[in-house]
Design a protein around this ligand. Sequence first.
Ligand code: HEC
Length: 135
Amino acid sequence: MKGILYPNSNVIFAAQDQNPADVPQAKEPSTATNPLASSYGKWEAVENSALALTEAANLLTIPGRKCSNGRDVPIKNADWPKLVQGLRDAGMMSFKAAQAKNQDKILEAADAITTACSNCHDKYREKPKLADRCM
Ligand code: HEC
């Protein structure tokens, strides 16, 4: 999960500071590790990362997954689907901003992503004890 959420949100966050259209293509775009400089780079990279975030929301609803402390991912809690929806909405907002190649809208979308991540982390992750996560 974090392997999807972390790198893809960073692509959106990077698009706040530098217009993706201005990111030069890498010397070897097909093996570039920076998505913005890769063969599918610039705004297309932002679109792809936005979609990855949106789709990652679905992974957070699959039954049978465990948190690092062994507890079930709390998909049955009443607020969980709303927190997941927050991520999905922020992902779609980023996708629309990328399609529109609109950096002002990216700023708003990046805010929405940050809020969606922390709304859930405040409740289910930020615990003094690992054992108290995911409940
Ligand atoms: C619906 C809830 C939810 C949403 C939304 C969510 N997370 Fe998380 N995230 C968690 C939980 C719960 C954990 C702790 C998982 C564990 O301990 O196994 C976690 C752990 C992580 C970790 C690993 C760090 C650690 O302390 O273990 C990263 C990185 C992370 N999230 C990034 C993100 C990012 C970036 C976003 C937003 C794009 C996001 N998450 C959105 C619930 C969520």
